[in-house]
Each structure stands twice: as structure tokens, then as C-alpha cells.
Design a protein around this ligand. Structure first.
Ligand SMILES: *Cc1c(COP(=O)(O)O)cnc(C)c1O
Length: 339
């Protein structure tokens, strides 16, 4: 295994040995290619860099106590990238090829998959973008799929912890009939200013309301939201939310724990009634929310007085992590064990 200080890894890019590429030309995808270079050449008129014809994914591989490597729900990421391709008129990358690329990249970089004890994991980043030279606003005829991996540290260095979020009505993440439901880079570019503002004010991120009416909860930063009350897991339903695979998994687990699960509009005032609240996504699984301050109304919704996560958030977090690392059986076919 690589000589890395596994216990002090952050969430940054670190070079690994190999990456995967695939190109789309003349109406067809070519073969997967393995490269040891971190660079590629691209036409300066590529549609990706002018008009943002781009989508990406993020998933993880984990090393278990048994030394085996497990990849979590990669079929879901493959499908979601196809949705994003449909949403941006890009060539769809075949699902089978996507999973083959993930498997190949993880195996080729096996020495970078962190040891079980570290709580770290191997982050996998697939990207799909238009490379064809276009100057008119239209979809490119050529595309590239790249996939690289990089080891990342545990999200919670000092243990499972809550953080504060802030509602600021001057920012929207995405429009109701816009691109919010697709995992495209443009949504992230559009969120940088809001994120920076939140950080300057001492918050983890912005808590977004629906862009049209500013009445309902949308997302928290680049993560889905869930609230817990009366043994019910509640997560917003909205056309502008990115369908999180973590959230989907947590809903399944919550149901199995005997909780009720509701996916519906969540009015902002309802925040006052939640016993627990969290942001969820691949990076942290659950990032429990300490409180949400409303910058505009000065209202403050507190979920944790002592800064500790609530019991249900903790239980869901531990359960999902246990499945990912292979500590508990995978009864849903979520995990691909690499051999
Ligand atoms: C990727 C992403 C998420 C989390 O999705 P997961 O599949 O759980 O990682 C949530 N919101 C946005 C905007 C995202 O881009």
C-alpha cells in the first residue's frame, strides 16, 4: 500500500497512478483507455469550456476489515450521469461502460484505497463533457468521458459533528424548471458566491429555499436536506433538487428502522418542528445540522443545543457506513465487492 499519512488526508486532489478516458466520435463511443497522464489536449472551441456542456458524478470505494474493496451503488451513478447527459444534450455514456471504468480505475489504483482503520476512502470522479469545436450555441458532436480517483480523508475528523447553515434569500441554486436536477458543473459555478458568503459569516453553507416562492426548503449547499420528527424522515420534493443517492439509501434504511418516510414540500416554518436535521451526500453521508439561521428574518432554528448530532441521524449514519465498509451485510445489492 502507498506510503500516505492516511489519518490526515483531507478532501483535496492527490495524484494516483492511472485514469480512464473514452471518446465519442462519429456517433459512437470508443474503447476505454488507461492513461498515466493527468493531462489531455482539447480543442479551444470545445463546447464544454464555452457553454458549459458538462456533467460529473461522485462516488466512493471503501476498504473493509477483510481487506476487500467495495464500491457503493455505482449503477445509480451511471444512470444519473445518463440523466445529466439527456439534460444537456450530450452523448449518453453507456451504463455498463461506466461501471467497467469505475472498476478498472479502482483496481489499477488499488494501492491508494485507504486502509479500513483510517475511516478514509477512495473518491471516484467521472466527468462527461463536449469536446467538439463549436462556436454556435448547439450540442457538440464529440465528447469525452474521463474518470479519475483520489484518496480522501474521513469527512468528520473530530468525530461526527454538527455545523450551522444560513438561509439567504438573495441567492438561488437553480430555477424551478432549470438544471437543478442534473449534476452539472454550471450549478456549482453558480453556487460559489453563495458558498463564499456563507463561509465568511461562519456557516458551513447556504440553505436554499425554492427559487420561485421562497417558501419551501430546497437543498443545503450541494447536499439534500432531511428533517426528523415523530419517528418520521422528511425530505423535500422539488423539481430543482439533485436526486441524491445517499438520500435515497437513507430513506430505505429509515423505513427499515420502522420510521415513516415522507418526500413532500417542506415549508420553511416547519423547520421549527424538527427534532433533528441533516444534509446528506456522498462526501459526508450525513452532515448533521446544528442550527439554521435565517439571515433575512433573523429567525434561528436550533436542532442541537450541545452541538451533538441527534440519535436518529447517528443511527442512520452508522448503518450506512457499516454497509459501505462491509461491517454489516448488504441486503439491498448496493455494494460491488471487487476481486
Ligand atoms: C451530488 C449532489 C448531491 C448528493 O448526491 P449523492 O448521490 O448523495 O452524492 C446533492 N446535491 C447536489 C446539488 C449534488 O450535486
Amino acid at each position: 500500500m502507498e506510503n500516505i499519512d492516511w489519518n490526515n488526508l483531507g478532501f483535496g486532489y492527490r495524484k494516483t497512478d492511472y485514469n480512464i478516458r473514452c471518446t465519442y466520435k462519429d456517433g459512437a463511443w470508443g474503447d476505454l483507455e488507461v492513461s498515466d497522464s493527468e493531462y489531455f489536449t482539447m480543442h479551444m472551441a470545445a463546447s464544454a469550456i464555452h457553454y458549459g456542456q458538462e456533467a460529473f458524478e461522485g462516488l466512493k470505494a471503501f476498504r473493509g476489515k477483510d481487506g476487500k474493496i467495495r464500491v457503493f451503488r455505482m449503477d445509480e451513478n451511471a444512470k444519473r450521469m445518463q440523466d445529466s447527459a439527456n439534460g444537456t444534450l450530450m452523448a449518453r455514456f453507456p451504463q455498463e461502460k461506466f461501471m467497467e471504468a469505475v472498476t478498472k480505475a479502482v483496481k489499477l489504483n488499488e494501492r491508494f484505497v485507504p486502509p479500513y482503520e483510517s475511516g478514509a476512502s477512495l473518491y471516484i470522479r467521472p466527468v462527461l463533457f463536449g469536446t467538439g469545436a463549436e462556436i454556435g450555441v448547439k450540442p457538440a458532436r464529440e465528447y469525452m468521458f474521463i474518470l479519475f480517483v483520489t484518496p480522501v480523508g474521513p469527512y468528520f475528523k473530530g468525530g461526527f459533528q454538527t455545523t450551522p447553515f444560513v438561509i439567504m434569500r438573495e441567492f438561488d441554486r437553480s430555477a424551478p424548471l432549470g438544471m437543478g436536477k442534473f449534476k452539472v458543473g454550471g450549478n456549482y459555478a453558480a453556487s460559489l458566491i453563495a458558498g463564499q458568503k456563507a463561509h465568511e459569516l461562519g456557516y458551513s453553507n447556504i440553505f436554499y429555499l425554492d427559487a420561485k416562492e421562497k417558501k419551501y426548503i430546497d437543498e443545503c449547499g450541494a447536499a439534500n436536506f432531511f428533517g426528523v420528527k415523530n419517528n418520521t424522515y422528511i425530505t423535500p420534493k422539488s423539481e430543482s433538487i439533485l436526486p441524491s443517492i445517499t438520500n435515497k439509501s437513507l430513506m430505505t434504511l429509515a423505513e427499515e428502522m420502522g420510521m415513516k418516510v415522507e418526500c413532500r414540500h417542506v415549508p420553511v416554518e416547519e423547520l421549527a418542528t424538527f427534532e433533528e436535521a441533516g444534509a446528506c451526500g456522498t462526501a459526508a453521508v450525513i452532515s448533521p445540522i446544528q442550527r439554521i439561521d435565517d439571515y433575512d428574518t433573523k429567525e434561528s432554528y436550533v436542532f442541537s443545543k450541545d452541538g451533538k448530532p441527534g440519535p436518529i441521524s447517528e443511527k442512520l449514519y452508522n448503518k450506512l457506513r457499516a454497509i459501505q465498509y462491509g461491517d454489516e451485510p448488504d441486503n439491498h445489492g448496493w455494494v460491488t465487492v471487487l476481486d
